[in-house]
Design a binder for this molecule. Structure first.
Ligand SMILES: [Zn+2]
Length: 434
């Protein structure tokens, strides 16, 4: 079973170089499993057992299976993840020339480990806005080959990095080259137009990020590791999707939400601070129970597992972890805690996730950041705040977070799928105060 999951995840990651591709990959699998698309502009009619999905602005998706009873009675069992990953984002007027090279101007998106983007075989992926006779059409694009590269500077010209470390300037040094000037005046629009078989003049805009071209792979002495780009957080999107497709029918309504823009703070219409999930849940509750308080009653019976990645202990930097909280690769899914609520986990949510894991035959680990280090965050506290939803933050342990190529353990990914599948079908009472 582990083998099957890992091969499936490798293909999922390779097919998903941008949030738009990640959502399209999920849509393809949902449709193959009988899920149908709802449009936010339409009136929704839903009945118990219906399987549907909603996409907002191409990069965020909510997929759900209505329970055997309306959510006002059975509640929502939710899994949350994010579709975006740190990268370089192409500027609106990207064409630049330096010293005989064509360059593609980019901004840094999120918090990539910038040094890992040097000397990699890169391409571009995302979407292009094309003017057509019917209006603007947004087309996904993923350039073939490896047209881009950010070469590093030879050590002989840069000896100070031995003492001072490598500190690339994001404006000057992190600019991909894409070809050498050959007397023509081709720009990025020509490259995109070729890929889309369109007229360069029809291109009215784009949202494009750089992507590594090396396929996701197995590694490690026993082939136990997954080595791939965007494990944060496509592995959780994949786990939530597989769990949703596998979860047994139950009174609860099973929901997967995968938001764009987590890496830049989630403050967008389709991000976790926006109204997307709240809008969908409210409409699903109302479409299945006309009673005016149906939506709030449904949320009071609901629980969200916010699934992102967790820091496994690094053998060469073990002191960066709190001494009693050092998750290891292969040790099972991690529950993430923070006294200042950078993670939403509390006693009740912890107990819920741990009991789902036990039922799935999985071990859990716990993570708390060191008291003298700042803590990352996730969509968990944002969604909990927006919706008043009981939430627990978890993740599979990994190394190299935000590197162009990350590392996780196949057993943890399989254990996460099994645990989420138990949660999505769970009819047990939520943790209550006595
Ligand atoms: Zn993440």
């Amino acid at each position: 079973m582990v083998e099957e999951h890992v091969e499936d995840l490798l293909a999922f990651i390779d097919a998903s170089p941008s949030p738009y591709h990640a959502v399209a990959t999920m849509v393809e699998r949902l449709e193959a499993a009988g899920y149908t698309r709802l449009d936010e502009a339409d009136r929704w009619e839903l009945a118990p057992g219906d399987r549907v999905f909603v996409v907002r602005d191409g990069g965020s998706i909510v997929a759900l299976r209505v329970g055997a009873v309306p959510p006002s009675q059975g509640g929502f069992r939710l899994v949350g993840a994010h579709t975006d990953s740190p990268a370089l984002k192409v500027r609106p007027q990207p064409d630049d020339q330096r010293s005989g090279y064509r360059m593609v101007g980019c901004e840094v998106y999120g918090g990539p480990l910038l040094h890992t983007w040097f000397d990699r075989d890169l391409t571009l992926a995302g979407r292009v806005a094309l003017r057509t006779d019917e209006g603007v059409s947004l087309e996904r694009v993923h350039l073939s080959g490896a047209p881009l590269r950010i070469p590093s500077l030879a050590i002989h010209l840069h000896r100070e990095i031995r003492d001072e470390g490598f500190k690339p300037n994001p404006q000057q040094h992190v600019v991909p080259t894409w070809s050498q000037i050959d007397g023509t005046d081709r720009g990025l629009s020509d490259l995109l137009a070729d890929a889309l078989d369109a007229d360069p003049d029809a291109i009215a805009g784009f949202d494009l990020v750089t992507a590594d071209t090396q396929p996701a792979a197995r590694g490690g002495g026993d082939g136990e590791w997954l080595l791939a780009p965007r494990i944060d957080n496509l592995a959780s999107c994949h786990a939530g999707l597989v769990a949703l497709l596998r979860a047994e029918a139950s009174p609860a309504t099973a929901v997967l939400v995968a938001n764009d823009h987590e890496e830049v703070g989630s403050g967008t219409a389709e991000g976790a601070r926006g109204s997307f999930l709240a809008d969908v849940l409210e409409r699903v509750a109302a479409a299945t129970d006309a009673e005016p308080q149906a939506s709030r009653r449904a949320l009071a019976r609901s629980l969200l597992i916010s699934a992102d990645t967790a820091h496994a202990v690094h053998p060469n930097y073990a002191d960066k972890h709190e001494g009693r909280h050092r998750p290891r690769l292969g040790g099972g899914p991690v529950i993430k805690h923070n006294a200042n609520q950078a993670y939403a986990s509390d006693a009740g949510g912890t107990a819920w996730f741990a009991s789902c894991a036990t039922e799935a035959g999985a071990m859990v680990q716990h993570f708390v950041t060191r008291g003298d280090l700042p803590c990352g965050s996730t969509i968990g506290p944002l969604t909990a705040t927006r919706l008043g939803l009981q939430t627990v933050d978890v993740g599979h342990p990994m190394l190299s977070m935000h590197s162009i190529r990350e590392q996780a353990h196949s057993a943890d990914l399989a254990a996460m799928i099994d645990t989420l599948a138990v949660h999505l079908a769970r009819d047990a009472a939520l943790p209550v105060h006595r």
